[in-house]
Every structure is written in C-alpha cells, then in structure tokens.
Design a protein around this ligand. Structure first.
Ligand code: PLP
Length: 403
C-alpha cells in the first residue's frame, strides 16, 4: 500500500462504470482552491507574462488557453466528460447540436463529395442535407430509413460521409449501426452517428463501428432544458479538423452553458435509467388504448427494429411517439389536456414534454415534406421526464378521454 495522494475525480488508470464517469470525469484538474465544483471561467482571453510561454501555448506545445472562442477551462470539462462517456480519444463542443452537425459536415466535405443518409433525420439536419449542402455542389442521397439494403447500395456507389441517427426523431426508427458502419468503411467513407436520443448510457456508436458521434447536449446530456450545446467525439485525426473549423466559424459553447451541462450530466445515468423504464411502461400502456392507432418505441417487441435495438442498445431511451386515431385534429384536442407535460419543442428533460412534429422536430418542413419523410401529422412525440410513471399514465388517460 502506498499513501499516494490523488485529486478527487482523478480517474487516470481507473476502470469505472458509466454512472461513476458521468459524476466525476473531466473535472479533477479544473477544481480550484478546494472548490468541489468546476468554476465558470468568464474570460475572453488568457494573459501570459512572457512571450516565450505565450507562443508555446499558442502553438500547442504547452497546455493552456489563448482565447475563449478556441478553448475555455469550463468548456473543456464538458468536452472531457462527454469524451469519456462515449469512450472516445478526442471531443470538441459547440453552441448547439445543430452547430455540431453543420460544422462537422462543412469541415469534412468539399464540392463534388457525396453524402449518404436517410429521409427522416432530425428536421434541422435534413434541412442541411436538402437546402445547404447542394448549394456547395455536395450531393446528398437520402434513403428510406428502414431499408438497410437500399442504404448499403447507396453507400456502395461511393460517398465521403455516411450519416446515421438512431433512434430517429420523431418516429424512433432504429438503424443497424455496425452493419452500416461496415458498409461505409468498405466504401472508404467516414461514418457519423447522432446519438442524441440514445445517450451514451444506452448506446456507444464508436464501439459499434462509427467514426464520429454527435450529440445535441441540449437534450438528455444537460437534462434540465436550460442550456443549449453540442458535441462531437471520435479519433483526434477527425475531431481536430472539426475543432479547427469551429475555432474559425466561432460556434463555440458558452462557459455558463458548459457549466449547466456538466452539472446536468452528473445525474445522466440516474435520469436515463428511470426514463428508460417509464417510457417502456407508458409505451405498453398506450398500445392497449383504443384511441391510439400505433406506438413507436424501440423497446416494444412489436417495433419493426426491436431485434437491432436489442443488439446495439443497453436501454431504449426516454422518447416514444404515438399516433392518434383522428389525425392532427385529435392531436389538437388531446395535447392541451395534458397537465404533466410541457407542450414545447424540446426533449430529454426532467419534465415530460409532448408535441407534434409540425411544431417540434420538423417545424422547418412543409406538411408535404413531412409526408415525404414518412412523418404522420397525427403523431405525438412524448419525451418522458423523471416523474412517477403512474402519474404520467393517469395524465395521458384523462387526456385521451376527450376522443
Ligand atoms: C436528434 C437531434 N439531433 C440534433 C438536434 C439539434 O440540436 P440543437 O437543438 O441543440 O441544435 C436535435 C434537436 O432537437 C435532435 O433531436
């Protein structure tokens, strides 16, 4: 036995579980003067007494910070925490999830490149694919999300990026990450996976074969609907050019948001395990309701991709969606009756949140575009909070009585 002193949160050489990592990872070297929480460092720039040291830091030969658009101590804690939760060698952060997605795509793609993805990625992502990338002569091939053979064939025709999102927003389709990552690598592509819905507690795309994993930290990572943020994790050779692009575009994460995200992430495992359990229970209950036409949740045995979900997920997540008999008119009658749900364009928070795709995930799209993506107007996306599941079921039950 040695009496070696270690700082709190020093996990070097430790094999600890995801829940322990969520609490401690990334913090030890930033705790100052005995503080048990990381400080919010609100400084635009960092000063050096002599030019030699300054140059060493500026050229990356010595650790430190130069300017908060590039790096910031509080932001770095967030980056370390998500990096360790995703089991990655590098991570960088962004002001929002969309900044993470757009900076990744624009950093890695050039005119003449081709991207293969699917029709029902998150609405903002699909706007990048349909509206912005084509302007830069980047071809985008959006396949049917459930048709893995079609996706594989599109990848085999050659592409620079395979872009996956699983489970998808808002219809909770599940994509076979190992299978599509293998197809991507055969074609020499970089495989990117949006892991926002699953969270690192339920799924680690890098260990399933993806090269980069993306998060909207605004959702489950922060978990309290009070801070926006995004992250990209993967190998340094891929993360470095994305970080460099973000240094210049300036889509950096604010230190206060980084602090709120770090604080939220400490309870990520607790929240997500509870949300997994409640969502499955509520999905099963909804299935038995006459007013409900269909329920989409990867944890249901009846879900089209349940087998894939079982292979690659440790839990099925806190979001489900369901279709009401009576379409959009029924949605308009049921939603206002919910007492235990914010009707808002968000998900992944401690409070339950409900809304239709027309005002949430796919607000950027026309009804025709949503139809083309296979997103029904009569759908309600229901993000289960950490309330008691029985209370949520009673709330849904009284709301459905109107139909
Ligand atoms: C799956 C997914 N990815 C990315 C985003 C974009 O994240 P943000 O709103 O933080 O820009 C969202 C937002 O809802 C999302 O659901």
């Amino acid at each position: 036995m040695t009496d070696e002193k270690r700082s709190p949160g020093d996990l070097s050489g430790e094999q600890v579980s995801l829940s322990t990592r969520a609490v401690w990872a990334g913090e030890s070297e930033y705790l100052v003067q005995g503080a048990t929480q990381v400080p919010v460092v609100y400084s635009a720039a960092y000063g050096y007494p002599d030019v030699d040291t300054w140059i060493e830091v500026a050229t990356g030969r010595r650790p430190g910070h130069i300017y908060s658009r590039n790096t910031n101590p509080t932001v770095q804690v967030f980056e370390q925490k998500i990096r360790l939760l995703e089991g990655a060698r590098a991570a960088t952060s962004f002001a929002t999830g969309m900044a993470a997605i757009s900076n990744t795509l624009f950093a890695l793609l050039s005119p003449g490149d081709r991207v293969v993805s699917v029709k029902d990625t998150y609405g903002g992502t699909s706007r990048i694919f349909l509206e912005f990338l084509p302007r830069f002569q980047i071809e985008v091939d959006l396949c049917d999300t459930t048709d893995h053979e079609q996706i594989e064939a599109a990848i085999a025709r050659g592409c620079r990026i395979v872009y996956l999102e699983s489970p998808t927003n808002p219809t909770l389709k599940v994509m076979d990450i190992p299978r599509l990552a293998e197809a991507g690598h055969r074609a020499g592509a970089t495989v990117v996976a949006d892991n926002t819905f699953a969270t690192p507690i339920n799924q680690n795309p890098l260990s399933l074969g993806a090269d980069l994993v993306i998060h909207s930290a605004t959702k489950f990572l922060g978990g309290h609907a009070d801070a926006m943020g995004g992250a990209v994790c993967g190998d340094p050779n891929l993360v470095e050019p994305i970080f460099h692009f973000r240094e210049i575009t300036g889509a950096s994460l604010d230190p206060m948001s980084a602090y709120l995200l770090v604080r939220g992430m400490k309870t990520l495992s607790l929240r997500v395990h509870r949300q997994n359990e409640s969502a499955l229970r509520i999905a099963r209950w909804l299935q038995a309701q006459p007013a409900v036409e269909a329920v989409f949740y990867p944890g249901l045995e009846t879900h089209a991709n349940h087998e894939i979900a079982l292979r690659q997920m440790r839990g099925f997540g806190g979001v489900l969606s369901f279709m009401l008999r009576g379409g959009f008119e029924a949605v308009k009658r049921v939603l206002p009756r919910l007492r235990l749900a914010h009707r808002a364009a968000n998900l992944g928070a401690v409070e339950t949140i409900a809304g239709p795709p027309a005002t949430t995930s796919h607000v950027e799209c026309t009804p025709q575009q949503r139809e083309a993506m296979g997103i029904p107007e009569g759908l309600i996306r229901y993000s289960v909070g950490i309330e008691d599941a029985e209370d949520l079921i009673l709330d849904l039950s009284q709301a459905l009585e109107v139909l």
